[in-house]
Structures are given as C-alpha cells and as structure tokens.
Design a protein around this ligand. Structure first.
Ligand code: TXA
Ligand code: MG
Length: 334
C-alpha cells in the first residue's frame, strides 16, 4: 500500500508539503486533494513521470492531461498566447474548478497533451494542491486518481483502493468539496466551447464570456477534441438501471434481488432507506447532489453491487454536469 499522510485541508504542514514536492521532483506520483476530485499528480515538465501516470491509470496515452498551476504567471509560460478571454476567466474564476484549453508552448511535453497542439490548464482552489505546486515551483500534471473508466475519487481511500502501490504517496485532506471534475472550456475554438460540463456552471461562464457554447458537439466529435470525454467513463462496476419514481425503484431492486443480484439505489427525491432498500438519497439540489454522487457510486462498488438503480435527474442547465456524469456512468440517458 502507498504511504498515506493526513493533512489539514486548510493549513497543510510544511514538512508534508515538502515531502510531496520532493516525491514529485524525483519523478514520483502523489495522490493530491483538490476541490473537485483527488488528482494523480506528477511533475508536469517530466515526460517520464507523466508516462508513469498513464501506466498507473491504464489510460491510453492519447488522452491529454490537465496541468495544474499556482498562478496566472505560471499558466502564461505554458501557452503560446494568453488571450483576453483567458485573462478574464482566470480573474473571475481562478483559483477554481475551471480548466482552460489553449495552444501549448514548447515547455509542455507532448506526453501531457496526447501529442496534440493544445494544453489544458487550471489553478485549483485547494490550499494543499496550491502549496505543493508552489513548493515544487513547476506545474503538476494530474488526471483524476482512479483507474481508467472507473469512478473518480473524492476521498483518499478511493485513491488507495483504485491505484494501490502505483501511487507513491497519498495526501488525505478528507472529502473533496465539489465532488465533480472541473469544467473544461476550449479557448482555442471560436466561439469558446465547453468540452466537459463541471463544477463551474454555464451561468458563471456566460457572465464572463457571453458567447460560450455547449452541447452542440456530437459524441464522436467531442471524443476527438477531448478524448477523456469517452461515452463510457466514470462508471461503477454494476449495471445501471434508470427509474423515474419510488414504485419503479422498488420493482427494479426487487427484480435484481430475486435474480440473486445485489442492487444499490441512488435516489434524488427517492429515499432508498425509507423503502427498505440499500442505497443513498442525494437530494434535489444539484450542487449537493454532485458533491455526493461519486461517493455513492464508490459505496455501491465497495458493497459489490451488481445493479445500480439510479433515479433520473431533471432537464435544464443546473443539472448539466450531473446529467453528463450519470449518462456516462450508465452508458445511456440519465
Ligand atoms: O477537476 C479536474 O479537472 C480533475 C482534478 C484532478 O483537477 N482532473 C481531471 O483530469 O478530471 P482528467 O484527466 O480525469 O480529465 C481531464 C479532462 C479530459 O476530459 C480531457 O480530455 C480534457 O480534460 N483535456 C485535457 N487536455 C485537453 C486538451 N489539450 N484538449 C482538450 N481536452 C483536454
Ligand atoms: Mg478522469
């Protein structure tokens, strides 16, 4: 098992930050808390370290990684140009769960970008991540710290369970605040386009970049432009069954149990406990629902659920990121 160190999420101890930066500087991998999900961190300017990230995740090396920075100045060094939209979005929403895609500078190893001409950048709003990047003095490449196509980690124990010894050190700062990944915006496109909906909503983006586009990409075009957005992703081990109401949830869970399967119910307005079913009620508020979703899917996996019964979520922009992840988890409509 990797070394796991507890760390104060708001005021990390200097020795722990220095240890993590040392592991990264030597080409090692660190499970690093951010406000979205835990990242699998490597020194972003070290091609060999970045290759270890792909090996640890079992992820195809054509899928580009996000470089995490601790300042706009660090970001500017990693891109060919830092346009006005980038400056405005960074001023309004960094540090925070917003990733900007721009033409890369020669400082960025091809391993980070999947061989492509652009690089994804974000300044995380987490004191631990910022402190480690600051101590390292260099960008940190960090995909979510989970095996390819499984559910992203929102707790240190998820990282350990998914990656084991493939990671050298895990900093345990408790559960992640947002629980869903960052919003990825392609600023190399005209108009700017959301490649992955996430913790920053459309209204916040539009307030800064009014013509930002979303949703018009087909699944295939999206997969080409942003390979991490494969149709099957973020998936629990069990088969997903969609339900609309408590009656259907009872029926689906009952059918699964009768067939010798082990159901787990992810409710929104449905409370599985009140129906005598295993599962979690995540509530009707999209941010709180998003913050708890991966934890619930990890619980389903840990319980060995072979059927995950999920209550559908509403249409509309407030549920965009949650709907995106649920759709990928189930391989069909949320
Ligand atoms: O919240 C997050 O973004 C977390 C934390 C750790 O920062 N990271 C994360 O990384 O979710 P990952 O590797 O699991 O997802 C990165 C996403 C993928 O959808 C990938 O396709 C996209 O960013 N991406 C990265 N570089 C890109 C590029 N140059 N062009 C287009 N999309 C890119
Ligand atoms: Mg991921």
């Amino acid at each position: 098992m990797p070394r796991v160190v507890r760390v104060d999420p708001s005021a990390p101890a200097g020795e722990i930050v220095a240890e993590a930066a040392g592991v990264l500087a030597r080409g090692g991998l660190v499970g690093l808390p951010t406000e979205t999900v835990y990242g699998l961190a490597a020194l972003g300017t070290d091609a060999a370290a970045v290759r270890r990230v792909f090996a640890a995740k079992g992820r195809p090396d054509t899928h580009p990684l996000i470089l995490h920075v601790d300042s706009e100045a660090m970001a500017e060094r990693l891109v060919a140009e830092w346009p006005r939209a980038a400056r405005a979005l960074a001023a309004a929403l960094w540090p925070g769960p917003l990733t900007l895609v721009l033409p890369r500078s020669p400082l960025v190893p091809a391993e980070v970008t999947g061989g492509g001409p652009t690089v994804a950048l974000r300044m995380p709003a987490h004191p631990v991540a910022l402190a480690v990047i600051g101590a390292l003095g260099a960008p940190v490449a960090a995909p979510s710290a989970n095996r390819y196509q499984t559910v992203s980690p929102t707790r240190a124990e998820h990282v350990v369970r998914s990656l084991g010894d493939a990671v050298d050190l895990v900093l345990d700062a408790g559960p992640c605040r947002h629980g869903l990944e960052s919003t990825v915006v392609d600023l190399s496109a005209r108009p700017p386009r959301v490649l992955r909906p996430g913790a920053i909503g459309m209204a916040a983006l539009r307030a800064v970049v009014p013509d930002v586009a979303v949703g018009a990409v087909t699944a295939e075009a999206g997969a080409r432009r942003s390979p991490g957005t494969d149709a099957r992703h973020y998936a629990p081990a069990g088969r997903v069954v969609w339900v609309q109401n408590a009656h259907d949830a009872l029926e689906a869970a009952g059918r699964a149990s009768a067939a010798g399967e082990r159901p787990f119910v992810v409710g929104r307005s449905i409370d599985p406990g009140a129906l005598g079913l295993r599962g979690r009620a995540l509530g009707d508020e999209p941010d709180a629902y998003g913050a708890a979703l991966y934890d619930a899917l990890h619980e389903a996996d840990a319980e060995g659920a072979s059927v995950v019964v999920i209550e559908t979520v509403p249409e509309g922009e407030a549920w965009l990121a949650v709907r995106d992840r649920l759709t990928r988890a189930g391989g069909s409509r949320a």
